[in-house]
Design a protein around this ligand. Structure first.
Ligand SMILES: *Cc1c(COP(=O)(O)O)cnc(C)c1O
Length: 366
């Protein structure tokens, strides 16, 4: 079965192999060297000076970012399940927040955010997704961040890049914290989250908050090659190998290939008469609005393809195909072909191999 969900993604063999080695104790020069090396490599992904790994899924890093940064009030952007999570985390910690809500297919508008921070001067931290996975939506975070800093340079901007880091090169020059997750573009099992932190954010964090997720302690320790608690050693060792692989491909080539594959994937699906859900699609996936999504997903399983459905009000109305990680053309071609065969079986469109034809023209041949 091809795991074609936008997280968790398939784990390549070279990554799985790294888990077969003997356990390395975390308080050894050997592991210290690996941790420092991996953190250093990760800097090329975030372009931020301080990088830190946490033993948690992505939401743990979101919680760490929230509790360690907000002093007065947060502004959260909710255009889907993950944007909604910022508000839930704030509420769980009694942190004051204002939420701007959008339909799941609509990117955040710069003007709304600027108006909100001008209206309420107590807002000191902005939380947003780069790629909102619920609807496969890309927010214009870099532009928003630049405008926000022009109005108030003290506002800390936290970007959830869990389905953006490793997918595209993110310009973090106006972003203070960017978050990644192991089971998305980094092709690892779930369980590790990563944060890139700016100088400004480090100042705001100060002595840090919380116990397990105290970012001040963790950044200090990890910059010395140590950790406050037992780290997810196997995941970190595997992440190092993933980053080495991406370096050997060339990060630029990897990002270009991801973008080209996304373009070919979207064109193929549109050729089949399908409609892409978000107004501004993220490169991490193809999210398709389709009234018979559940029937289609179950037919796809016959062809050994597992794609994700929709959540909440989009349950049964959306299917999402992953575009993160290293995906071979033969696999993507099979996924598209399976979608076309399923459309035929549903009586929607007669099969004529248009999907693979367009994918081949846009991606394989060119
Ligand atoms: C997957 C994901 C998360 C984190 O989810 P976990 O299940 O905690 O790993 C957060 N934000 C986005 C945009 C995601 O896609």
């Amino acid at each position: 079965m091809i795991l074609a969900t936008p997280g968790p993604v398939e784990i390549p063999l070279f990554v799985r192999e790294t888990f077969l080695g003997e356990t390395i104790h975390h308080r050894t020069p050997e592991f210290k060297a690996i941790l420092l090396e991996t953190l250093d490599r990760f800097k090329n992904i975030t372009h931020l000076p301080y990088n830190v790994f946490l033993s948690s899924s992505g939401s743990g890093a979101m919680e760490a970012a929230v509790i360690n940064t907000v002093k007065n009030k947060a502004l959260t952007i909710n255009a889907g399940k993950f944007g909604e999570r910022w508000g839930k985390i704030c509420a769980a910690h009694n942190i004051d927040f204002k939420e701007i809500k959008y339909d799941w297919d609509k990117p955040a508008q710069i003007d709304d955010i600027i108006a909100a921070i001008k209206e309420d001067r107590s807002i000191d931290t902005l939380f947003i997704q780069i790629s909102e996975s619920a609807g496969g939506l890309r927010h214009p975070v870099e532009d928003i961040a630049a405008e926000v800093k022009l109005v108030n340079e003290d506002i800390i901007i936290v970007a959830d890049g869990i389905t953006a880091l490793g997918v595209e090169d993110i310009d973090t020059s106006n972003i203070d914290i960017v978050i990644g997750g192991s089971q998305k573009a980094f092709m690892l099992p779930p369980g590790l989250s990563m944060l890139g932190v700016s100088e400004k954010a480090l100042k705001r964090i100060g002595k840090g908050k919380g116990f397990y997720f105290n970012l001040a302690n963790e950044i200090k320790k990890q910059s010395e090659g140590s950790t406050s608690f037992t780290p997810a050693t196997s995941h970190i060792i595997a992440l190092n190998e993933v980053l080495k692989k991406l370096e050997s491909i060339g990060l630029k080539n990897h990002y270009e290939n991801t973008k080209k594959r996304h373009n070919a994937l979207l064109h193929s699906l549109e050729e089949l008469g399908l409609s892409i859900f978000p107004e501004n699609p993220a490169l991490s996936m193809a999210a398709v609005y389709f009234e018979k999504a559940e029937e289609l997903r179950s037919i796809l399983k016959k062809y050994e393809v597992n794609v994700a459905g929709g959540q909440d009000h989009l349950k049964g109305k959306l299917f999402r195909i992953n575009n993160m990680g290293i995906i071979e053309d033969y696999k993507m071609a099979h996924i598209i072909n399976a979608v076309e065969l399923a459309l035929d079986e549903l009586g929607i469109r007669k099969y004529d191999a248009s999907g693979v034809r367009v994918y081949s023209e846009k991606k394989i041949k060119s």
